[in-house]
Design a protein around this ligand. Structure first.
Ligand code: ZN
Length: 63
């Protein structure tokens, strides 16, 4: 299973940029940068709403 070590350029669902490093949520990809954005975003932050909306779309799409 060494092919997991290959680096793929993936389109981040948050910023839409092609990144090598990040995490997979369902079949979507979120780059490191956006992931840390999400982690540090307060629930009361307006931006959090935006992020949740983006993620919801992704989750619904793959439900
Ligand atoms: Zn991103």
């Amino acid at each position: 299973m060494n092919n997991l070590n290959q680096h793929y350029q993936q389109f981040c669902v948050m910023c839409g940029e092609q990144k090598e490093n990040g995490i997979y949520i369902h079949s979507g990809f979120i780059c490191d940068q956006c992931e840390s954005e999400i982690v540090k975003t307060e629930v009361t932050d307006e931006k959090y709403n935006y992020i949740v909306q983006r993620l919801k779309k992704l989750w619904l799409k793959n439900a």
